[in-house]
Ligand binder design. Structure first.
Ligand code: 13P
Length: 279
């Protein structure tokens, strides 16, 4: 069933697991996530970012997901990842996305609060959930994201932000990176605990790729209910395709597409098992 983020994350919070938000931008990645959901019978979030509008239109994402999930009994959400444009958010709600992330992290704080509150009112009228982020993540390698400066989420500001905007979940910056880690990951679970002492809301961890299991487990223990994964899905597929093409330069595109779905699915399943270890 296609539902919103609030439904998915409330259940995850109660039962102490995290739902994977897997970035998609074409047929292969969407198919991979849905096959993984069907195989594991575990909820997931199909996440499409504004950045990928050159790859697919919003309505195409929704239609493709709907077509592929008519027989699905597990809950999924169609989520708009990192989006700075309120017009794109409005379009996504109209197209049938069930949750949106408004990313006002580059704005000054008061403007971010004002815009986020506006997005929350617009989205909630349509039964759509809203995620926002405070702070920003550093860049690792092989990422397609832009944020570069690491700013940890301030717990007191997070409390003020959540109370004034009414967001359904908050992405926190605690040391994970967008992309693959350059060295040992340094994630401050202590900062997450400080934020949790201030507010009782589902938390989101961006920069899931490459984050070790022991850190993920401690994050889930302390309120993380949604973990985003993008880079490793792309990385695993690109590595596989470059090897295939090297071995067989005149490979047919249709064969690469099938292999891409399979590789992306395996990467998604690897993370699903880390995020919901008892399944
Ligand atoms: P990674 O690319 O590091 O997995 O992060 C994904 C993400 O946070 C998307 O919003």
């Amino acid at each position: 069933m296609i539902t919103n983020l609030k439904v998915l994350l409330t259940h995850a919070k109660e039962h102490k697991y995290a739902v994977g938000a897997f970035n998609v931008y074409n047929y292969e990645t969407i198919k991979a996530v849905i096959l993984a959901v069907k195989e594991k019978q575990q909820p997931a979030i199909i996440a499409f970012g504004e950045k990928y509008l050159a790859n697919m239109e919003l309505k195409e994402v929704v239609n493709l997901v709907r077509t592929m999930t008519t027989d699905l009994r597990t809950n999924i959400a169609i989520h708009l990842d990192h989006t700075k444009s309120i017009d794109v958010i409005r379009e996504a709600i109209n197209a049938g996305f069930t949750s949106v992330m408004y990313d006002g992290s580059e704005l000054d704080y008061e403007e971010n609060v004002k815009n986020t509150k506006f997005v929350v009112e617009m989205a909630h009228q349509a039964g759509v959930s809203v995620e926002a982020e405070l702070g920003s993540l550093q860049l690792g390698t092989d990422t397609n994201e832009d944020d570069a400066e690491e700013i940890y989420t301030d717990p007191i500001q997070a409390k003020d932000f959540v109370e004034r905007t009414g967001v359904d979940c908050l992405a926190v910056s605690i040391g994970t990176v967008h992309g693959l880690y350059k060295g040992e990951p340094k994630v401050s679970v202590e900062r997450l605990i400080e934020i949790k002492e201030q507010i009782d809301i589902p938390f989101v961890l961006h920069g899931g790729s490459g984050t070790p299991l022991h850190i993920i487990e401690r994050c889930i223990d302390n309120g993380i209910t949604k973990i985003n994964v993008n880079t490793e899905i792309s990385y695993s597929v690109v590595q596989m395709i470059s090897k295939l093409v090297q071995d067989k330069p005149n490979s047919h595109f249709s064969q690469l597409s099938v292999a891409a779905v399979d590789t992306a699915k395996n990467t998604v399943i690897k993370y699903m098992e880390m995020f919901q270890p008892n399944k």
